[in-house]
Design a protein around this ligand. Structure first.
Ligand code: TPP
Ligand code: SF4
Length: 287
């Protein structure tokens, strides 16, 4: 198959106007631009509206438990680091349920690419507050407004010296596509937080709300300067920066594990199979 059709999966069950559609299309376009075929990548997800992402793309997939995509993605990457391994989830899935896994995946710097569809709400379960919901936001579960301080994934990632830290916006499709391509090409763990309007349940952070605030960072921002990156990561309110906030050159985990730094584990397993067959053939001579 040619063009984006090669990635055609099931028909999405998202609401009309949901920011997830733009993310899905930008993702497919980035794959096509990089010449990555469906058999060459794997998407791992947990539960949620964003968690349905791998159903909507033709590729290798694993859709498992809420918040548990990163340990599975880590296992897949360790077994075959030639494969592009992508993890996808919502802000609840990755920053709430899966928060602990995120911290340690960043520390390890394994070459998994994580895309968080950050709609600042629990979408699939109909609108409870998530870690990134803004303080004071009224929901069906928080009738007096969210009391906890808003979680800042970008600041946390810079603080943990995460390899590649970027923020995209579903309403800025072309820019998002370029960020996805940069994340694919980074040699280590990449976190891309994607602001994603949930048109049905989040009536605060709408396309209009984001449209009045988001801006693309220009060349004046040096993502290798960690102190400046931290300042950018803290920007949220009247102005919200988009682009690569931080990146470093820490070596990825796969290159630091002597057993797999040469060839992927799957190749070794294949050689073991071949060896076993030869051995049993020669043993047959003695039977
Ligand atoms: C361990 C566990 N806790 C809670 C749930 C219920 N649950 C399913 S989806 C969901 C919220 C999903 O929100 P988010 O991860 O932000 O993704 P979205 O649907 O907004 O894309 C919750 C709490 C569950 N399935 N498993
Ligand atoms: S509820 Fe929100 S996140 Fe879920 S499909 Fe509808 S618009 Fe998208």
């Amino acid at each position: 198959m040619e063009g984006l059709d090669r990635y055609l999966g099931e028909v999405p069950a998202w609401c009309p106007g949901c920011g997830n559609y733009s993310i899905l299309k930008a993702f497919k376009e980035a794959l096509e631009a990089e010449g990555i075929e469906p058999h060459q990548f794997c998407i791992v997800s947990g539960i949620g509206q964003a968690g349905k992402f791998p159903h909507y793309i033709r590729c290798n997939t694993f859709n498992g438990l809420h918040g548990r995509a990163l340990p599975v993605a880590t296992g897949i990457k360790l077994a075959n680091h030639r494969m592009l391994v992508v993890a996808v989830g919502g802000d609840g899935d990755m920053y709430g349920e899966g928060g602990n896994h995120l911290l340690h995946t960043m520390r390890r710097n394994i070459g998994v690419k994580l895309f968080v569809h950050d709609n600042q709400i629990y979408g699939l379960t109909k609108g409870q507050a998530s870690p990134t919901s803004m303080e004071g936001m009224v929901t069906k579960n928080q009738p007096f407004g969210v009391l906890s301080e808003q979680f800042n994934p970008m600041a946390m990632a810079v603080a943990l010296d995460c390899g590649f830290v970027a923020r995209g916006y579903a309403g800025d499709h072309e820019h998002l596509k370029e960020l996805i391509r940069l994340a694919f090409n980074y040699d280590g763990f990449s976190l891309v937080d994607i602001l994603q309007p949930c048109v049905s349940l989040n009536k605060v952070n709408t396309y209009e709300w984001y449209g009045n605030r988001v801006y693309r960072m220009g060349d004046e921002h040096d993502p290798r300067d960690r102190v400046k990156a931290f300042a950018k990561a803290l920007e949220w309110g009247d102005r919200i920066p988009l682009g690569v906030i931080y990146r470093n050159d820490r070596p990825c985990l796969e290159k630091r594990i002597p057993v797999i730094s040469g060839a992927p584990l799957v190749d070794r397993l294949a050689r073991w199979q071949e060896l076993k067959e030869k051995l049993s053939a020669s043993l047959k001579e003695f039977y």
